[in-house]
Design a protein around this ligand. Structure first.
Ligand code: ZN
Length: 137
C-alpha cells in the first residue's frame, strides 16, 4: 500500500466506499462524482501510480475483472452501452495516482458528453506523427 493513497485506503477499508465488486485482483467502487449513474472505478489491489508505470502482466491480470465489472454495471443500471476510460497523467485528467479504470454506463440519448472534440491533421502531419510513433521505443 502506498502511503497517503486514497484508493489504497479505500481498498483496505480505512476509507468507506460503495463497493460493487471485488475479487483477488481488484476492488470496484462507485465514483462519488459520477458522469452518469453507475459510473464505476475498477481499482487494482496492487498500487501502481498510473497506466504507463503498470507492468503489462498486471494489466493483463486486471482486464478480466474490468470485463466482469462492466457486464454487471450494464445489467445493474440497464445501460445500452458503456465507455472504458483510463486517464494517464495530470494533463489527461488523472486526479488520483493509483491506476483506475472508469466504466461509464451510457443510455441511448442520455446527453452525456465526454469532451471528445474531433480535430483534423494538417497536410503531411498525420504521416509525420505516425513515423514518430513507429520509431519511438
Ligand atoms: Zn494506491
Amino acid at each position: 500500500m502506498a502511503r497517503d493513497c486514497l484508493f489504497c485506503k479505500i481498498i483496505d477499508g480505512s476509507i468507506p466506499s460503495e463497493k460493487v465488486y471485488e475479487d483477488d485482483k481488484v476492488v470496484a467502487i462507485l465514483d462519488i462524482n459520477p458522469v452518469a449513474p453507475g459510473h464505476t472505478l475498477v481499482l487494482p489491489r496492487e498500487h501502481t501510480d498510473d497506466f504507463i508505470s503498470t507492468p503489462p502482466a498486471l494489466l493483463a491480470e486486471v482486464m478480466p475483472s474490468v470485463h466482469a465489472v462492466a457486464a454487471r454495471v450494464m445489467k445493474g443500471v440497464k445501460a445500452d452501452g458503456f465507455a472504458v476510460v483510463v486517464f494517464n497523467g495530470r494533463a489527461a485528467g488523472q486526479e488520483v495516482f493509483h491506476l483506475h479504470v472508469h466504466i461509464i454506463p451510457r443510455k441511448e440519448g442520455d446527453g452525456v458528453r465526454l469532451g471528445w472534440p474531433k480535430t483534423h491533421y494538417a497536410d503531411g502531419e498525420m504521416a509525420e506523427l505516425a513515423e514518430k510513433i513507429r520509431a519511438a521505443k
